[in-house]
Design a binder for this molecule. Structure first.
Ligand code: ATP
Length: 905
């Protein structure tokens, strides 16, 4: 029986005498969880279900170590507990078979556990500073890749050649030659090959390469290098001359053993493969030179691993910072001792290694603390996404747009290099968040409990095509919740504070005012504010802030500013939150740079699937000759990449004179830092009256650096005030509500835009009520339901009216407040009409926009929670805007009441 619940009070550990001698025990007051959250898919007994009363769970012996970590409010899971009657009350206790898991939904990675066992402080330092680009790391990755290839049957030489070639750019940045690297990989691979050969002699060897494993019971996830006859095999590129594997390596293998057991395995052995052993010279080295070392997987080790994992989960949940005293780490032997002391000194943290250097000023320490917590909260939200993989049913996940289900498996085709191409067919017209180029969990029915592989979506229409390392008979795809973004936010914040330039920090913390160089040049002669913005951007010694309301030429201004910088011989980074915005800005920039600079000095960094096809010629290829690849990047005068890519190991090696960041109001502070950390000065461009940063948690991350700096340094800002998009009548409401009435049409032609300008369209052919550029269509809301099919039907009629007046369906966009109504409307209107939520429409425009408010009496729903969403929705159209909703419901809010007045005027 599994017992799961919330710790309901203080926990005390004490000793008692039993028939076995002295034993330790801890009595944990526990409030059992609801049935729903304890139900397990494997049919195992569900937790105590008698209401929400508190019961007592006794944890015995070693598990008292985990009990000592518990705080009231934490979640606890005890597997294989026994039920006991005590004074008429049902209580529970651990048995010899039990595992105790603290905060089971906090997913700890195997790498974290491995770092923690070495030293908890090392775990923390790794989290803060990420993995740098260095040769041992790249070599390790290469050896692992070759190992995977060999397991999948690829020829050794072919694999080495291909893998070294793929990493051309990284190797080039490290100054390595392909020949030397190939030789070293070959030495390491010999150990692998030799060992595999031995295995092949025994016919019953069964293998699989890299396996992604997630444990819902133990709260652990990781990727096992390989699984042989159901048992984990871990590859280490170092040497080990002892008979036994290293302890931390055993711990790592034991983590995978636990994960495999949860998936139905019975693991009694673990193997570590130390590849460097076979490259050593027998005459010079003494000891056990065999690369493969096996060990027996005892239950004691598995339980120890869970206790380690509990320490991490409890530390993170409590928001504590590890000091190194938690374990008996020996600082004097640690390679990281210096870094550890510097970080401890600067952040004024207690640490076993001690501190050196001066601590950061209080306000920076406070900032670090606040954002560290905020980012960790965000990480927990990502963990919640993982938990949904098993807590929600397939249908619920599909409804939430997080899965494509009921696919019909078609076939699996072997690819060159031992990988697989998987084909499946979609059976319904379901939509989802998934896009081509996304990494997904492809499974034969369940992403965690079934056969499941990490796969890349190559094609996604009626047919679904995926590539993966191993074949799966795929019938379902799930969004893969990635912690990469969170990891990079932490590193970006760390770099900004601990490695950042003092002057930069003075600006960020409002201790100094941004300075500007006098520039006497006209860059744009038909728009004063744009010209001022370019002047500020070019002349900024520290930073400039360009506030660009909808359609005011942000992209054009950025492009013009970059051109001016390039003409001054500067190296510039162009960045934005999304690939789409980066490509848009790059397109405008290429027009500006025509004849100014060679286009081969403009480089787009990103993955093939993320970049728009017409920008592909500028994409920096990672594979190839190291010297050539590096030259291409180092010679580039303009580098364009998303802010997330700016946090990558390759980009972190780059430096720029200036960074221009578009969509800056949609970026968190640390997200912005990822880009601006790389440059001497920065220019942020955005509109804080449109959508805020996309984050899961509600905390300090929801305010952008752009918005904070606009407040803090108004003198560094310029607001663009002439818009090139909307008919004047459309623009009025947004201008008054959000921009103090300062937004104007750029030209009379823009102001007078209407549908008659479009070829073959006649406004007179429209019903009277739709002839004005802004109209309101009143429908009765349906308070009992979340979606509104009457409203959807009415929208379908509107679209027919526009079509009858000569408009092309692709010129119409429909915005709905939430996904359910998007689906409802999509079912009513033809496929080529774009229907989506506001968030998806941000940054784009259409000739005609229809907004479905789906308003009920209480005005609930995302569109109403934040007025900025309404601003975005109402500023998408160029020539006509139709608002559809229940006027009585809308009029209950003063802003919407004003909107109704304007729309009905
Ligand atoms: N100074 C200018 N002179 C002439 N046309 C301009 C000028 N500035 C911008 N435009 C034009 O106005 C249109 C909108 O400009 P742009 O795409 O730069 O706007 P934006 O502010 O980036 O839009 P969004 O709000 O969608 O991000 C473009 O067609 C652009 O060429």
């Amino acid at each position: 029986m599994h017992v799961r619940g919330t710790v309901a009070g203080e926990v005390e550990v004490r000793s008692v005498s039993t028939s076995y001698g002295e034993s330790e025990l801890a009595e944990v007051p526990l409030r059992p969880a609801d049935d729903a959250s304890t139900a397990r898919g494997d049919g195992g007994t569900v937790a105590v279900a008698d209401g929400r009363e508190t019961t007592t769970v006794t944890l015995w012996n070693k598990w008292t170590e985990s009990a000592a970590l518990l705080e009231p409010g934490m979640e606890l899971l005890v597997t294989n507990a026994k039920e006991e009657e005590y004074r008429g009350e049902t209580q529970y206790a651990t048995t010899g078979e039990s595992y105790v898991v603290v905060e089971p939904s906090f997913l700890v990675s195997v790498t974290s556990i491995r770092n923690w066992v070495e030293c908890p402080r090392l775990y923390y330092l790794n989290k803060l500073s990420g993995v740098p680009l260095n040769y041992p790391v790249v070599k390790g990755t290469l050896v692992h890749e070759v190992f995977g290839d060999l397991l999948r049957g690829r020829d050794l030489e072919e694999s080495i050649e291909a893998r070294v070639e793929e990493r051309g750019l990284q190797l080039g940045l490290l100054g390595e030659t392909p020949e030397a690297v190939t030789e070293e990989i070959r030495e390491n691979a010999t150990a692998i090959e030799g060992w595999l050969e031995q295995g092949r002699l025994t016919e019953d060897d069964s293998w699989r390469s890299e396996q992604l494993l997630i444990s819902e019971t133990f709260g652990i996830r990781g990727r096992a290098d390989a699984v042989r006859r159901g048992a984990p095999v871990e590859l280490k590129t170092g040497k080990n001359l002892k008979k036994e594997p290293r302890f931390k390596d055993k711990v790592q293998a034991a983590c995978y053993a636990l994960l495999l057991e949860e998936h139905g395995g019975d693991v009694d052995i673990g193997t570590l493969l130390y590849t460097k052993n076979s490259a050593l010279d027998r005459n010079e080295e003494t000891g056990d030179l065999t690369p493969a070392k096996e060990f027996t997987m005892g239950e004691g080790l598995l339980k120890y691993v869970v206790r380690l994992r509990n320490e991490i989960a409890a530390t993170e949940m409590a928001g504590d910072i590890p000091t190194g005293y938690e374990a008996d780490a020996k600082c004097e032997y640690c390679f990281e001792q210096d870094t550890c002391m510097v970080v401890s000194g600067r952040l004024d943290q207690e640490s076993k290694a001690g501190q050196i250097g001066q601590s950061l000023p209080d306000e920076e320490l406070e900032y670090f603390d606040r954002f560290y917590r905020a980012i960790e909260e965000e990480r927990r939200e990502v963990h919640r996404e993982y938990a949904k993989l098993w807590e929600q049913t397939a249908a619920e996940r599909a409804d939430d747009d997080r899965a494509l289900i009921d696919l019909e498996f078609v076939e699996k085709r072997p690819l060159e290099g031992g990988r697989w191409e998987l084909h499946a067919r979609r059976t319904g017209g379901a939509t989802s968040k998934l896009r081509e180029g996304d990494l997904v969990l492809a499974s034969d029915g369940h992403p965690v409990r079934g056969e499941s592989e990490l796969a890349m979506i190559e094609r996604l229409d009626d047919e679904v095509v995926l590539t993966a390392d191993e074949p799966v008979e795929v019938t379902r795809l799930d969004v893969y919740p990635s912690e990469l973004t969170t990891d990079r936010l932490l590193v970006a914040m760390h770099d900004a504070l601990l490695k950042g330039d003092e002057r930069r920090k003075d600006i960020l913390f409002g201790r100094a005012d941004p300075e500007f160089e006098e520039i006497d040049e006209t860059f744009i002669d038909n728009n004063d504010r744009q010209n001022e913005a370019v002047t500020k951007a070019v002349g900024a010694r520290d930073c400039a802030l360009i506030h660009g309301p909808p359609g005011t030429g942000k992209t054009y201004t950025i492009a013009r500013a970059i051109r001016a910088m390039v003409e001054r011989g500067e190296r510039v980074l162009l960045s934005a939150f999304t690939n789409r915005a980066v490509d848009n800005a790059l397109e405008a920039l290429l027009e500006q740079l025509d004849g100014v600079v060679d286009t081969d000095r403009v480089v787009r960094v990103g993955s093939e699937s993320g970049i728009r096809d017409d920008m592909e010629p500028y994409r920096l290829e990672r594979a190839g000759d190291p010297e050539d690849r590096v030259a291409e990047l180092q010679n580039a005068q303009v580098v364009a990449a998303t802010t997330s890519t700016c946090g990558s190991r390759v980009m972190k090696e780059q430096s720029f004179d200036a960074a221009l960041v578009d969509e800056a109001a949609q970026l968190t502070e640390p997200g912005t830092c990822a880009a601006i950390n790389l440059a001497e000065r920065f220019v942020l461009v955005g509109d804080h009256e449109q959508l805020p940063p996309v984050v899961r948690a509600e905390n300090d991350l929801t305010e952008s650096l752009f918005e904070r700096l606009v407040d803090c340094h108004p003198e560094a800002g310029v607001m663009l005030d002439r818009q090139y998009r909307m008919n004047q009548r459309i623009q009025v409401f947004a201008s008054n509500e959000f921009y103090d009435g300062r937004l104007r049409p750029a030209t009379p032609a823009v102001a007078a835009r209407d549908l008659d300008d479009l070829e073959g369209v006649s406004r007179d052919a429209l019903p009277e009520s739709l002839r004005d550029p802004v109209s309101f269509v009143d429908v009765d809301g349906d308070p009992s339901r979340y979606t509104d099919s009457d409203e959807a039907a009415r929208i379908a009629e509107l679209i027919e009216s526009y079509e009858a007046a000569g408009l092309d369906r692709t010129d119409i966009g429909v915005i709905a407040p939430f996904r359910a109504q998007v689906s409802e409307i999509s079912n009513h209107v033809p496929d080529d009409v774009a229907v989506d939520t506001v968030d998806r429409f941000q940054g784009s425009s259409q000739e005609v926009i229809v907004v479905s408010f789906t308003a009920t009496g209480s005005l609930e729903g995302p569109i109403f929670e934040d007025y900025r969403r309404i601003n975005v929705a109402l500023t998408r159209p160029k020539r006509a805007l139709v608002l559809v909703g229940d006027s009585t419901a809308l009029a209950s809010d003063p802003v919407y009441e004003r909107m109704l007045e304007w729309a009905s005027a």
